[in-house]
Each structure stands twice: as C-alpha cells, then as structure tokens.
Design a protein around this ligand. Structure first.
Ligand code: ADP
Ligand code: ASP
Ligand code: MG
Length: 463
C-alpha cells in the first residue's frame, strides 16, 4: 500500500481536485491511503475567525466563515454532478459552519481562546475537504471509504502541536484502515487532525498533514509515502526566493530533515522521522504536473560529488546572547541555561559558545520575556530580534573543503551575526538580519547552483 498526501493548493478548487482524483485513480492498484489537507487558505481563515471572535468582532468572524462556506459550496457544485448528493453535502457543510459560529460565540462571550478550542475550529478544514473529495471519488464509481483521522491518529493533549502516540496509532490504524484496503477500497482521511485518548480533537501543528502522512505510512508499513504539492519536488531553494531553483532528483533522509527543520516549507520538519524508522521512501511530487518524476528522499542515495545540495531559510528568528564572567569555571552553566528554555517549552535551534558567552536562536518568542528575565538572574543577556537563519545542506559537505569560503565570498558584505556548523556536519547555518534574507539566499544560490554543478543530480524546473 502507499500513502498519497495532497496539500492545500492541490485541492484548492474543483479543477485541482479533479486532477487529484485522476492521480489517485491511476494508483488504485497500489492500495492508496489518501491524506488530504484543507483547501488552500481554509486553515488560516478558520483560525482568523476564532481570533476575531476573541477580539469581540463576531461580525468579522462570520464574514470569514461565510466566505469559506461559499468556497466549499462552489467547490462541490463544480465537482459533483448528482443534485441530491450536492444538496445533502450542502446541508452537512452548513451544519458544520453553524457549529463553528456557535463556537465563535462561546469564544466571544468567554473572552478566552484556548488551544483546545483552536484545534476544534482548525480541524474543520480537513473534515470538509475529505468529505467532498470522498463523495466525488465515489461518484466516479470508485470504491471509497472516508475514515475520520480521530479514530486512529491518537495524540497527547498538547493542543495545537500534539505529539502522536505511535504504538496506539499503529494498533488503531491496523484495525480501522487495513480491512478496507484489503477489500480493495481507496481510503481517504484527514491530515493534520488527531484525537486524544479521551476523544478530544487535536492538531499536529501548522503544515502537519505531511507529518500525518508519514506517521500513517510508518504505522501501516507503506511501500512509499507520496507528498503531492505545488512544486516539482525538493528544490535547491524556495523558488519564491530564488526563481532559478532547480529540482533535486534524489536526496537523503538526513538532508531532507535538515532542510525541513531550517525552513524548507515543502516538508513539515517532523515528516522524515517516521519514514526513517521504517526506511520508507518519501517522494515529493507536483500535483499540477503529475508526470514529472519528483524528488525521492531515501536512506542512501547514490554518492554525489556536489557539496551543497540546497539552501533553506527561515525568518522570525531571535538571537539571545548570554554572557557571564563566572561561566569559565562553572560546570553546569549550560545546563542551567537550557533548563530555562525547557521550563518555557521553547526549543533552541542554533547554539554557539565561547569561553564567556553563549549565543543561541529561537523561532518561537512567545515566552521571550519570561526567559530573558530568568536568564538575567545569573547572566548578562542581550536580545536581537528580526533575524533569519540560512542553512546550506549537503552530505558531501563533510568531506569537501572550502564550502565556508564560498559561502562568505557569496555573502560578500552582508553581516553575519552567528555561524554554526551542525553536529551532523552536513549543514552550515548562518544568522543574518531578516531584511537581508532574500538577497543572501539569492547570492548563495548563484554561487552554488547557477550554473548547476552536476546535471545528473539536478533537473530544470519547467515554468
Ligand atoms: P502544501 O500545501 O502542498 O503542503 P506548502 O506550501 O506547505 O505546500 O509547501 C510547498 C511550498 O514550499 C512551495 O510552494 C515552495 O514555495 C516552498 N518551499 C520552500 N523551500 C522549498 C524547497 N527547498 N523546495 C521546494 N519548495 C520549497
Ligand atoms: N491545513 C493545515 C495547515 O494549513 C495542515 C496542512 O496543510 O498541512 O497548516
Ligand atoms: Mg505544507
């Protein structure tokens, strides 16, 4: 069996969904489990409506919800032929939106918006897209089973970024999904959405449908996990930043993990782990160009001479510089620093140390004030906001001299705040001002990929 995950733009309207239906029916023999995202923009709209309700602006909340309702109605009217099917679906969808409006009213009255409520609201996007898609497939005469992800995607209670409980998921998925696949049905389910053991809806965090696909792939021992999106595969950089970006034919699990972690949005950062554990290849494909071969992410790709394979970047980074004259002698100093971050559930991305100072970066600054005030109890602390991380990645960086020289040559006079060579030795990360991010990525891209260093590895992306 295979997992086929389609992201928001792949199901954004009737045309896109028809495309997806064709792709899925072409793979019917391989027993597909189809994992869908919400239609493009739906999750943002849902979260915004909850936020507007919290601000006491119920009118705005309703406007958002009504616009989203209309998009879904339009989608199914253009996708499904049978009038009575359409009527029935519209009734169900309207009911879901009525429930959402009631939820928003509650949020406005209480003046409180918990992550638990946010998950209840956000999860509706995937419930709607899968409902419409499954019905459309069935109308084509295909044998389909729509399975609510909350019956198998068990998670802890950390709402808004819940952690999956792998053994429970494997056990539930075997019972809830396998019999339908064995009976020759195409299974359709929601990405992003999960449930606590007690049955309360959770989500895996933004962009989490990729993660759902990988979790499910590992749980069901899939032969491959396909991630269908709006670009040809994993590229040498974000094409929105570097339009000349080329597609990589194949990369390693390690490279993909580093890229995802440092901002390559094409994959959710946790996606690779479940695939690595079961050694299941992940293939990133373009739903608008299904014949293109995509990027294969595998354990051991053929060796390549190219040092740098891709450049990731992410904005919204905060650098915290911690100095203490006592540090030189005090063992346990680093652990007291990290325990502050642990207490505030804030993960640290990059660290660089000298004898008297530690610099580190975080991308979630919601607890910044508390963190800084606790650190100040034992050290001098400086904070630099609006920074960006740029990360160059490649397995062969380990054994290639001169990558750092080329990076600094390419960046020319763009000031670098911090440098970190990853412990895995397959990446090098730099912190720069956020405003310099686009230019830096473009200059690095020119240096490493224009022209392409090895034709076998890279492929031109057609417009
Ligand atoms: P989906 O809705 O299918 O999950 P996303 O928007 O989450 O799609 O991810 C796809 C986007 O990721 C692309 O449109 C592209 O702009 C961005 N992206 C960032 N870095 C890369 C990269 N290295 N390779 C490919 N795409 C990238
Ligand atoms: N719909 C969710 C989001 O927008 C999950 C996903 O698309 O991966 O974050
Ligand atoms: Mg995504």
């Amino acid at each position: 069996m295979i997992i086929m995950k389609f992201g928001g733009t792949s199901v954004e309207d009737a045309r896109a969904m028809k495309n997806v239906m064709e792709i899925v029916s072409g793979e019917q023999q391989r027993k597909p489990v189809v994992v869908l995202s919400a239609i493009a923009g739906a999750t943002n709209a849902l979260l915004l409506s909850a936020q507007k309700a919290l601000d006491g602006d119920l009118d705005k909340a309703h406007i958002e919800l009504n616009a989203l309702l209309e998009r879904h109605v339009l989608l199914l009217e253009n996708l499904i032929d049978d009038r009575s099917d359409i009527q029935q679906l519209i009734l169900t969808i309207r009911k879901r939106f009525d429930e959402l409006k009631t939820l928003c009213q509650g949020i406005a009255i209480l003046g409180e918006l918990t992550n638990r409520s946010l998950d209840a609201v956000a999860s509706v996007g995937e419930q709607l897209s899968t409902m419409i898609f499954a019905r459309a497939l069935a109308e084509q005469g295909l044998s389909v089973e729509l399975i609510d992800a909350r019956t198998f995607m068990m998670t802890d209670e950390q709402y808004a970024s819940a952690t999956p409980i792998f053994d429970r998921i494997a056990a539930e998925a075997a019972v809830r999904i396998l019999p339908f696949l064995q009976a020759g049905k195409i299974v359709v389910t929601q990405g992003f959405v999960g449930s606590t053991i007690k049955g309360v809806t959770t989500t895996l965090g933004r962009g989490g449908s990729d993660y759902s696909a990988a979790i499910l792939g590992a749980a069901l021992n899939a032969e491959e996990i396909q991630i269908w999106t709006d670009v040809d595969g994993v590229l040498t950089a974000d094409p929105r930043i570097a339009p000349a970006a080329k597609k990589l034919r194949v990369i390693s699990f390690r490279e993909a993990s580093e890229l995802a972690y440092f901002g390559a949005k094409v994959l959710h950062p946790s996606t690779i782990l479940p695939a690595v554990e079961k050694n299941i290849p992940v293939i990133v494909l373009n739903s608008k160009r299904p014949l293109s071969s995509g990027t294969r992410i595998v354990a051991d790709p053929p060796k390549s001479k190219v040092a740098v394979k891709s450049i990731a970047s992410k904005k919204g980074i905060t650098v915290i510089n911690i100095q203490s004259s006592r540090m030189l002698m005090a063992y346990g100093f680093l652990s007291s620093i990290f325990s502050v971050f642990q207490r505030h559930q804030t993960s640290v991305d990059l660290v660089s140390t000298s004898e008297v100072a530690v610099s580190l970066t975080i991308d979630n600054s919601s607890r910044l004030e508390q963190i800084v005030s606790e650190l100040r109890a034992f050290a001098e602390v400086n904070v630099y906001e609006r920074k960006a991380i740029i990360c160059v990645v490649g397995e062969q960086m380990r054994s290639t001299a001169g990558v750092a020289d080329r990076v600094f040559h390419a960046l020319n006079d763009i000031p670098v705040t911090m440098i970190s060579q990853g412990a895995s030795e397959i990446n090098m990360s730099l912190v720069i001002d956020e405003d310099a991010m686009v230019q830096s990525v473009q200059q690095l891209h020119k240096e490493f990929f224009e022209p392409v260093p090895e034709l076998d590895l890279f492929e031109q992306v057609d417009a």
